[in-house]
Design a protein around this ligand. Structure first.
Ligand code: PLP
Length: 286
């Protein structure tokens, strides 16, 4: 069965799906996106993801390409047509196709692309059993990383550096040593007292949807969360460290810049968050 992609009003074989060379996403990274996890036959936290998409669009003065209700139908339809039970759905909206000019085009419809793919759930499950390694890199992104734009070159370079170092994620760090977030995830630690710590999301990081849902999961488990900055040194000596994102959920971090965290094994707190996550997250049928 060929994969199907949605592109500007049409469902097309993935291999033939394309946008115009003058799409502003391609030329200016003038676009925004969302990634939702699909797990056990459900789209996870779709409403929260589309809520953040709405905010990203508003911050960049872009229009929805269609009514939100119709948009949701397309997202669910792409997952359904690709028969994805476990994997992800990728959603991208750009300011549309127009002759190359820095200024916003007038009267141009936004472009919309939705793709979905299967991912074997055992891949992340196996990773979670062992935990991942992270490296730290200097923060070099613009200061509107709270908007989920497709302009991800610093993230690409940081994650490539992580791979070269045998790690799976890179944490952006401010000059004062404070951890911001990962190249495609939020960063967390657990203190000796069992308190979850993550950086406030008002600015300087993306307010992860998984991060938000973990607040609900933690409340259900009776865990306390402190929203404050933490340094790389504090993370290295923490009881646990982990990352969160739609595709990894809560993923243990067992090494930071080659320094082993705690006993080098995934901690019980992150594993309990991971285990309880799907019971708490919102589930939408494709
Ligand atoms: N921070 C960045 C920079 C990201 O790219 C992502 C996800 O891609 C996240 C955090 C986590 O966000 P979410 O939990 O919504 O996937």
């Amino acid at each position: 069965m060929p994969r199907i992609a949605y592109v500007n009003g049409r469902y097309l074989p993935h291999a033939d799906a394309a946008v115009h060379i003058e799409d502003r996403g391609y030329q200016f990274a003038d676009g925004v996106y969302e990634v939702c996890e699909v797990a056990r036959g459900y789209i996870v936290d779709m409403n929260r993801h589309l809520g953040r998409l709405d905010r990203s669009l508003r911050e960049l003065r872009m229009e929805w390409p269609m009514h939100r209700a119709s948009f949701e139908v397309v997202v669910r339809e792409v997952v359904r047509r690709n028969r994805v039970a476990n994997g992800l759905v990728y959603i991208q909206v750009t300011r549309g196709v127009a002759g190359r000019d820095f200024l916003f085009p007038v009267g141009v419809l936004p472009s919309m692309v939705v793709t979905s793919k299967k991912v074997d759930p055992s891949f992340q499950a196996t990773r979670a059993e062992r935990g991942i390694k992270v490296i730290t890199v200097p923060e070099n992104r613009w200061d509107r990383v709270d908007i989920k734009t497709v302009g991800l070159l610093p993230n690409v370079l940081a994650k490539e550096a992580a791979k070269a170092a045998g790690a799976q994620e890179a944490w952006f760090v401010d000059p004062d040593g404070t951890v911001k977030e990962g190249g495609s995830s939020n960063a967390w630690i657990v203190t000796a007292d069992g308190v979850l710590v993550t950086r406030p999301a008002e600015h300087g990081i993306l307010r992860g949807i998984t991060r938000t849902t973990i607040f609900d999961v933690a409340a259900g488990l009776g865990l306390r969360i402190e929203e404050r900055g933490f340094t790389v040194d504090e993370a290295r000596t923490a009881r646990e460290a982990f990352i969160s994102s739609a595709t990894t959920i809560a993923m243990p971090v067992v090494e930071i810049d080659g320094v082993v965290v705690a006993n080098g094994h995934p901690g019980s707190t992150v594993l309990s968050l991971r285990a309880a996550f799907f019971d708490v997250a919102e589930k939408t049928l494709p």
